[in-house]
Ligand binder design. Structure first.
Ligand code: NAP
Ligand code: MG
Length: 500
């Protein structure tokens, strides 16, 4: 299918995968939806239908939850040794690694991101996450607790156990579809939970290919179920389901609030990884080349569709013009094109809806008086391309400064005072991430302590690791993904007290 030398050749298995409607995965089997309905997923570089996918709804969710409940209560999973659980997760990582190119290609086609990025970021990070979590399966420990009551004659032996929380509903977004599935599945499987996963309607394909590997790895049936479908139907049914013990969600703050309401029915546990409007602060004493490159990639990576994107750039007065020009120069060098083209460094936005949203913000910023130093326009179709954009002459009340755009648009403003910049950086309903660039390491740490954000990157940005917890303060979420912190969200603590 290669049309030009720079266009990647589609893997034969990807071609085959796309050639027929994809079914949902329940009880280790691929099945049609109860309604028989399918929905299309699109190639955002062309706007054309990429594949048809079974459309899950309430009935399918119910079937998947029943399968997950049965698996949770069944001996095969409940009494599987932690070591064996760990080995299955590790095997899943090995299978994923063996077919990494297929996953990278499918991700690029479904989401739009450059294939080169899917190859070096999405897929290897997912593999690594599974391996990291495989190691935790054997290390989920309780404590022994000395009780204060008792005497020589009346004594107690008390300990805690960390037990799996149960059946978990996981709802994930479209920006890193495979990686978000890994972030969610890894800790759930390590702790012995069972799962119903709903991928985003825009990008259901890699989760369904992963389901093939889950069956192949040898997970007992029902441990993982994947039900693609729309948020308002399948997602809402999962969040509200009375037999789901916990829901884990990544996506918009707006939908996060709906998840919370839906979860109230049976008071299921909730973890949320939501939006952001992360400040990236460059001091005049920062190493200029790396901070300019860092500020540019902080916002332009993944077409700006990153929850922790450094979307508010603050530069100390004196260096403002130089840094803004530097970031604008980087933006000019970005080659926009289909993800499958090897020369592409920025792909299309994920969908027409997202394209319209981002274009709306561009218009809003410019009409409120901001100025685009570079970019500011959409590209003519086909495909959902917008120019990487740097806006200046903004003020803190503008929508483009306050709201999450989720596109390659950064707003830049100067600052002169440390207290002022800390206050301005924290002046957001979000608190997911922040960046600080300076050669004064004491200043960097002092400011890191004052920033109300779940991650602070100093002299770097967008550094992720399976061992590093990630999540938000304020309206950016509840709980943490990755690291051992993630395990806490998938376990209940049981205190056992024995009179001896
Ligand atoms: P979204 O609606 O929050 O989607 C996230 C997930 O939630 C998807 O699987 C979605 O399903 C599902 N969903 C939607 N409505 C639901 C409901 N009522 N009940 C249960 N699940 C529901 O995000 P979006 O509309 O795709 O994007 C909108 C904005 O969200 C973006 O512009 C961006 O600002 C933000 N966002 C943030 C992140 C992040 O990582 N923090 C990721 C993506 C988007 P469907 O996709 O099938 O509707
Ligand atoms: Mg949506």
């Amino acid at each position: 299918m290669a049309t030009a030398t720079s266009t990647a050749v589609m893997h034969s298995r990807v071609e085959e995968f796309l050639s027929k409607p994809r079914q949902m995965f329940i009880n280790n089997q691929f099945v049609n939806s109860a309604s028989g309905k399918t929905f299309p997923t699109y190639d955002p570089a062309t706007g054309e239908v990429l594949a048809k996918v079974a459309e899950g709804d309430r009935e399918d969710i119910d079937r998947a939850v029943k399968a997950a409940r049965k698996a949770f209560e069944g001996d095969a999973w409940a009494y599987m040794s932690p070591s064996q659980r760990g080995r299955l997760i590790w095997k899943l990582a090995d299978l994923l690694e063996a077919r990494a190119e297929e996953f990278a290609q499918l991700e690029s086609l479904d989401n739009g991101k450059p294939l080169s990025i899917a190859r070096v970021a999405d897929v290897p990070l997912a593999i690594d996450l599974f391996r990291y979590m495989a190691g935790w399966a054997t290390k989920i420990e309780g404590n022994t607790i000395p009780l204060s009551g008792g005497s020589k004659k009346v004594q107690f032996f008390a300990y805690t156990r960390r037990e799996p929380v149960g059946v978990v509903g996981q709802i994930i977004p479209w920006n890193f579809p495979l990686l978000m599935a890994a972030w969610k599945l890894g800790p759930a499987l390590a702790t012995g939970c069972t799962v119903v996963l709903k991928p985003a309607e825009q990008t259901p394909l890699t989760a369904l290919l992963l389901a093939e590997l889950i069956a192949e790895a040898g997970f007992p049936e029902g441990v993982v179920n994947v039900v693609p479908g729309y948020g308002e139907t399948a997602g809402a049914a999962l969040a509200a389901h009375p037999d789901v013990d916990k829901v884990a969600f990544t996506g918009s703050t707006e939908v996060g609030k709906l998840i919370l309401q839906a979860a109230a029915g049976n008071l299921k546990k909730v973890s949320l990884e939501l939006g952001g409007k992360s400040p990236n602060i460059v001091f005049a004493d920062a190493e200029m080349r790396s901070s300019v490159a860092g500020a540019a990639s902080a916002i332009f990576f993944n077409q700006g569709q990153t929850c922790c994107a450094g979307s508010r750039l603050y530069v100390e007065k004196g260096m403002f013009d130089q840094v803004v020009e530097g970031v604008a120069d980087q933006a000019k060098k970005i080659k926009i094109g289909p993800g499958f083209d090897a020369t592409t460094s920025m792909g299309p936005l994920v969908s027409l809806e997202q394209f319209n949203r981002v274009c709306g913000y561009l218009e809003s910023g410019l009409s409120e008086g901001a100025e685009a130093v570079v970019g500011g326009k959409k590209k003519d179709g086909p495909g959902y391309f917008v120019e990487p954009t740097v806006m200046v002459k903004t003020n803190p009340n503008m929508k483009v400064v306050r709201e999450e755009i989720f596109g390659p648009v950064v707003v830049a403003s100067p600052f002169s005072d440390i207290d002022q910049i800390v206050a301005e950086a924290n002046n957001s309903e979000y608190g997911l991430a922040a960046g600080v660039w300076t050669s004064d390491i004491s200043k960097a740490h002092r400011i890191a302590n004052r920033l109300r954000a779940g991650t602070v990157w100093i002299n770097c940005y967008n550094v992720f690791d399976a061992a590093l917890p990630f999540g938000g303060y304020k309206q950016s979420g509840w709980g943490r993904e990755m690291g051992h912190e993630a395990l806490e969200m998938y376990t209940e603590v049981k205190a056992v007290c024995v009179g001896i």
